[in-house]
Design a protein around this ligand. Structure first.
Ligand SMILES: Cc1cc2nc3c(=O)[nH]c(=O)nc-3n(C[C@H](O)[C@H](O)[C@H](O)COP(=O)(O)OP(=O)(O)OC[C@H]3O[C@@H](n4cnc5c(N)ncnc54)[C@H](O)[C@@H]3O)c2cc1C
Length: 299
């Protein structure tokens, strides 16, 4: 079933929903742990589960295998992430065909993060350049078979802010213009055939709500689902917020300051903050949330 249909049903019934995002582990022991964890978490009845596509396409076979397994045995719809990084068009077509053969009907179409060790993102030779190219390819090759989601960036995408994607590092874009351009790019992805948007994580709920408002103003009408990443570990939080240039509100920064080396305290705070964020978003009319990186089953 297409996830957009499930989202619409939940919205009509005014039933807030959640989904879980999993990422492929690095070892076979990790794969077994993940499988057990996914089985346990499926009993919590998420609306769907996501499986990420490792940076640079590093986990493509595993992502396909985990997604296929979950789709077949867990009784839950899978949203498989697929990126353009390091893949030729033929390889992307191959991944889509394999997903379809495995009964997967939902794809999160992404450009992708740069491969490990690379600063700027570069298109593969014979590959695709932007997420919109992937949305178009999916629609051209498979018509309406797949439900398609795309990424949104409530605080702006780092390439959009710097102008790196539009052919140059233009400092003026930091001050004006880039936000409108980012919204235009998102609208283009939706117009090209995406059914809904999942956002990058954030810790400032007002930033998300204002982003949704601006999306509506430019005519993006589809569901926009916030990605929530509970803080589970201080170092990972610092690394991810730095990499994505995520704004950390001062109250969050202050609360973490005295507990950075106390893993249990950080986790407790992260869970509490995550719950408060989900409540605030739901009360403000957000239909559901994607709980990001809830597990990979170890390394
Ligand atoms: C919910 C979510 C899940 C994610 N999962 C993964 C994952 O599993 N694996 C992974 O590697 N990464 C993942 N990412 C990270 C994502 O791949 C990166 O954020 C990536 O840098 C941008 O992806 P995108 O799909 O938004 O790219 P795009 O939509 O292509 O946008 C990237 C930049 O290019 C600009 N742009 C878009 N179209 C054009 C155009 N036609 N001309 C000029 N500029 C343009 C945009 O404005 C933006 O600045 C995820 C991100 C999110 C939000």
């Amino acid at each position: 079933m297409k996830i957009i249909d499930k989202i619409q049903q939940a919205m009509e019934a005014k039933e807030p929903f959640y989904s879980f995002e999993f990422f492929p582990p690095k070892t076979s022991a990790g794969v077994e742990n993940l499988s057990a964890r996914m089985e346990r978490m499926a009993t919590l009845e998420p609306l769907f589960v996501d499986v990420t596509w490792g940076a640079g396409g590093s986990t493509s076979d595993l992502t396909l295998a985990i997604s296929a397994n979950a789709q077949k045995y867990l009784g839950v719809e899978v949203l498989m992430h697929l990126t353009c990084t390091n893949l030729k068009v033929e390889e992307i077509k191959g991944a889509l065909n394999k997903a379809r053969e495995a009964g997967i009907q939902n794809i999160l179409a992404l450009r992708g993060d740069p491969a490990k060790g690379l600063g700027n993102w570069e298109a593969a030779e014979g590959g695709l350049r932007h997420a919109i190219d992937l949305v178009r390819l999916i629609r051209e090759e498979h018509g309406d078979y797949f439900g398609v989601a795309v990424a949104g960036h409530p605080e702006g995408h780092v390439d959009g802010r710097t102008g790196a994607e539009e052919g140059g590092q233009d400092d003026d874009r930091r001050d004006e213009g880039w936000e409108a351009l980012e919204l235009k790019r998102l609208k283009e992805k939706v117009d090209a055939g995406a059914d809904f948007v999942i956002t990058q994580f954030f810790y400032d709920t007002e930033a998300f709500l204002s982003y949704v408002k601006r999306c509506r103003e430019v005519g993006i009408t589809c569901p926009i689902i916030p990605g929530i990443m509970a803080i589970q570990n201080y170092n990972a939080f610092a690394r991810m917020t730095d990499f994505c240039e995520t704004r950390v509100p001062s109250d969050v920064r202050e609360a973490l300051k005295p507990i950075t080396s106390d893993d249990d305290a950080v986790k407790d705070y992260g869970v509490d903050l995550g719950i408060r964020m989900c409540k605030a978003l739901t009360e403000a009319g957000t239909p559901g949330v994607v709980l990001k990186r809830v597990g990979c089953g170890g390394n």
